[in-house]
Design a protein around this ligand. Structure first.
Ligand code: MGD
Ligand code: MGD
Ligand code: SF4
Ligand code: MO
Length: 680
């Protein structure tokens, strides 16, 4: 049979490569060798043929005239974006000679890879790129920008990224979207929740912003940023006091319930109300609703963990389902992330055994600005792929100052000339996921899927795998490690994995069936990977790591005399900064807005539609005011990581702190503070 790529016309199965929990099954329509339409695959068991607006407009991005088609070298000043075409040979040769010199003069740790999940394909995001940098002896990167604080927090309570099967949440009777803008960021969880609602379920949303998710709720509960652990502890206070606990479950499956019960006495409704901004009556109503309704399901989002206290927020909320014994009910429990079930053999792919410098320094990607400006010995070269740090990383002004360093040799591999690429010495064109072979595992549902190339590579673009193969060859690295086909790499990662949940999954199975489900065994009894094998309400492990053993509220860091908490999250039509360069998507999104409470607006003489200025000692932004009641007084929210547009000041990350969260070195995008005024 002809491969997809050999057939000029047809409709082909595919999978969305973006960093989004839904990981939709796609159908790609092809005419005369070009993709003409992308739609949802109705056969996908979870996403069932519906996809978001972003990806429905993917063809515009694929064939955008601005897409990079060949390698280029910089001819203007850093940041200006003036480049000249070169050949791949020249590009690889330049990298080789610059790096050989650096390795000789400053050592390999002067080179830093910087990447994230612009493409979620596991070969594209954490494959032979790691083998290459390990062999080179480069500095290591702690990829902590997204969900790591919360994952650490959840792990302390539940042992790993294991929640319930989202397909089962159709049976839930109470669904709490907690710090997740699911309408934009996990749309199929919303579809399932809507179906559950038809069967009588109530939907509650707890958020600092009444956005589209809050608007579809039966009950929206506004909360002050960074206070969610106090709310969860306050709920526990009421649940225990009013005897809603499932004692039999707690006795059998948890550790430390008596200690917790004692501990939460201090979180009485009045105290919790003054911390969270939630009225005492609402605390009772929510707690009793949670106590009485079964099965109840909490979808824990990323919003609550992008805070100074983010790890503990998630750790605390993760304790709630145990109190009422939800984990044993079909559709009861929680999902923070489910990546544990589909975990492949990461070591087989990335080969940490190849590390040339066993104790190589580790640089946290959230501190990249500081690292480029202050580290000693300095970072002399940065190799960026799957990421756009000039826009997405905190302390954006520091990041750009670092990228502007004349002595920093920067290479960027991307599909577009991003803001980061504008600072590069060399820009290399990346192929899109529809042009590559890769495998994909969702971090929400339980299905794995492979992508086979549907179209020829755009221009002279190369996949990440091809690029690292070329680099490895230039550096005379062992062909046995790099001259390996994508098929063989997938076999190494999946077929030989000892993860019990994916024993039935292999390259051949994935090729035969389009979506293969993890063999999910119940967590109880016996499969919970905490030290005790039980839910750790009290955690000895946390104590030994220097944290309180019991869930505890601690306030956000006071960083200077800035009265407003500033929460710059994602928007509906972009995926982080992806699509911010594509007209179709920016037109849909219109402009970045600053949501503020009408009382605050009145105090500063700001009216809806005015340009508002927000600033702190890190930077400033000018955003269009959206005045109303969607946020509490003292809170400012904006959405979207917007592209640089001349004449505007909309780099929201110029305002965000590069402090690290309480756990895992996570980012604290939502714990920064600013001042506000009307722009005159
Ligand atoms: N359309 C779209 N989808 C996306 C993305 C995108 O950019 N656009 N990004 C993808 C990625 S990488 C990720 S990580 C996920 C993120 O998606 P989500 O998990 O939804 O996380 P966020 O959107 O960062 O924040 C979720 C909500 O938390 C709220 N929030 C902020 N601080 C607090 C707080 O202290 N308490 C409470 N209760 N709420 C708070 C915000 O107002 C926001 O509505 O989405 C993925 N999907
Ligand atoms: N203020 C604020 N900042 C945030 C967040 C927030 O909520 N607020 N969210 C944070 C979160 S959760 C995350 S995950 C990060 C995300 O930050 P990033 O990972 O940087 O995500 P994107 O901005 O989408 O950039 C991904 C880049 O990868 C490129 N790309 C796509 N596919 C490929 C490929 O196959 N090969 C190569 N070489 N490149 C490819 C895309 O074109 C794009 O330029 O941002 C973080 N930054
Ligand atoms: S971005 Fe998310 S919702 Fe949109 S198609 Fe991709 S996986 Fe589905
Ligand atoms: Mo993320």
């Amino acid at each position: 049979m002809l491969s997809y790529i050999e057939q000029p016309d047809g409709v082909f199965k595919s999978v969305c490569s973006l960093d989004c929990p839904d990981q939709c099954g796609l159908l790609v329509h092809k005419e005369k060798g070009k993709i003409v339409k992308v739609e949802g695959d109705p056969d996908h068991p979870v996403t069932k043929g519906s996809i978001c607006n972003k990806v429905r407009h993917m063809t515009e991005r694929l064939y955008d005239p601005k897409r990079l088609a060949y390698p280029m070298k910089r001819v203007g000043p850093k940041g200006e974006g003036r480049f000249e075409r070169i050949t791949w040979d020249e590009a690889i040769e330049t990298i080789k000679s610059r790096w050989m010199k650096l390795i000789e003069s400053a050592g390999p740790e002067s080179i830093l890879p910087y990447s994230f999940y612009g493409n979620m394909g596991l070969l594209s995001s954490e494959g032979i790129d790691r083998r290459f940098f390990h062999q080179l002896g480069a500095s290591l990167l702690n990829r902590a920008i997204c969900s790591v604080a919360g994952s650490f927090g959840y792990k302390y309570t539940m042992g790993g990224s294991f929640g319930i099967d989202p397909e089962e949440t159709i049976h839930s009777k109470l669904i709490i979207f907690w710090g997740i803008n699911a309408v934009s960021t996990n749309m199929h969880q919303v579809t399932i929740a809507q179906k559950a609602r038809k069967n009588g379920a109530k939907i509650v949303v707890i958020d600092v912003h009444k956005n589209q998710t809050g608007r579809m709720a039966d009950w929206f509960i506004p909360i002050l940023p960074g206070t969610d652990s106090a709310l969860a502890l306050g709920m526990m206070h009421i649940l225990f006091k009013e005897n809603y606990e499932d004692e039999a479950f707690l006795e059998k499956y948890s550790v430390g319930y008596e200690e917790l019960k004692e501990h939460v006495i201090q979180y009485d409704p009045e105290t919790v109300s003054s911390i969270t901004g939630i009225p005492v009556n609402d605390l009772y109503t929510l707690s009793r609703m949670y106590g009485k309704t079964s099965p109840s399901f909490i979808r824990i989002g990323n919003g609550i963990q992008h805070h100074d206290n983010g790890g503990m927020n998630v750790r605390t909320i993760a304790c709630l389902p145990a109190i009422t014994g939800q984990w044993l009910k079909k559709g009861g429990g929680a999902i923070k992330g489910n990546s544990g079930y589909l975990q492949h053999d990461s070591e087989a792919l990335t080969r940490p055994d190849l590390l040339q410098v066993k104790s190589a320094r580790v640089i946290n990607m959230n501190e990249i600005g500081r690292a480029l400006l202050e580290l000693d010995p300095p970072v002399k070269s940065m190799f960026v792929y799957n990421s756009n740090p000039a826009v997405v990383a905190p302390e954006g002004n520091k990041v750009r100052k670092g990228l502007a360093r004349e002595d920093l040799f920067t290479v960027v591999h991307d599909l577009f000339l991003t803001e980061t690429a504008a600072y590069a010495d060399l820009v290399l064109p990346a192929s899109s996921s529809f042009e590559n072979t890769d495998f994909y595992t969702s971090y929400w549902h339980h299905y794995m899927q492979i992508q086979k190339p549907v179209i020829e590579k755009f221009g002279e673009s190369k996949s990440n795998v091809e690029l690292f193969r070329m680099l490895a060859k230039a550096f005379n690295m062992d062909p046995a490690l790099f001259n390996v086909s994508e098929e063989e790499l997938i076999r190494q990662a999946v077929d030989q994995s000892d993860n019990p949940y994916i024993q039935g999954i292999s390259y051949d199975e994935l090729s035969k069936h389009d979506f293969v489900k993890a063999d999910v065994k119940p967590l109880f009894p016996g499969n919970l990977p905490t030290p005790s094998g039980k839910i750790e309400l009290y955690s000895e492990q946390m104590k030994s790591h220097g944290y309180p053993a019991l869930p505890t509220y601690s306030p956000l860091v006071e960083d200077g005399d800035f009265p407003f908490l500033f929460v710059p999250g994602p928007n509906h039509n972009f995926l982080n900064s992806t699509f911010s360069h594509n007209e179709k998507h920016t037109v849909l999104e219109k402009q970045p807005r600053l949501f503020m409470n009408d009382k605050d607006a009145a105090m500063f003489g700001i009216e809806d539609g005015d340009l508002a200025r927000v600033w702190n000692d890190r930077g400033e932004c000018e955003l269009t005011a959206a005045v109303g009641n969607t946020v509490l007084p003292g809170v400012l929210v904006t959405q979207g990581l917007w592209a640089d547009t001349p004449g505007t000041k909309q780099l929201v990350n110029s305002l965000t702190p590069d402090r690290l969260a309480d756990m895992g070195g996570g980012a604290v995008f939502f714990s920064g503070r600013v001042k506000l005024e009307k722009k005159r």
